[in-house]
Design a protein around this ligand. Structure first.
Ligand SMILES: [Zn+2]
Length: 58
């Protein structure tokens, strides 16, 4: 019973991700994959801002 619910939930999530990927190819990538800094071009580590930006703020 519970396994069925979990399986259904996973299937729904996968379907939604597929549809979203088809509709917005760029948005999902930006949200889930760490992008590169727009200023220095280095790949970002984690979800926080790039080190070059934090240094400027401080
Ligand atoms: Zn940077």
């Amino acid at each position: 019973m519970l396994v069925k619910v979990v399986l259904l939930f996973l299937l729904a999530m996968a379907l939604m991700a597929m549809v979203a990927n088809l509709l917005f190819p760029g948005r999902l990538k930006k949200r889930f994959l760490p992008g590169r800094c727009a200023k220095c071009g280095r790949p970002k580590i984690g979800t926080g801002p790039c080190p070059c930006e934090t240094r400027r703020i401080k």
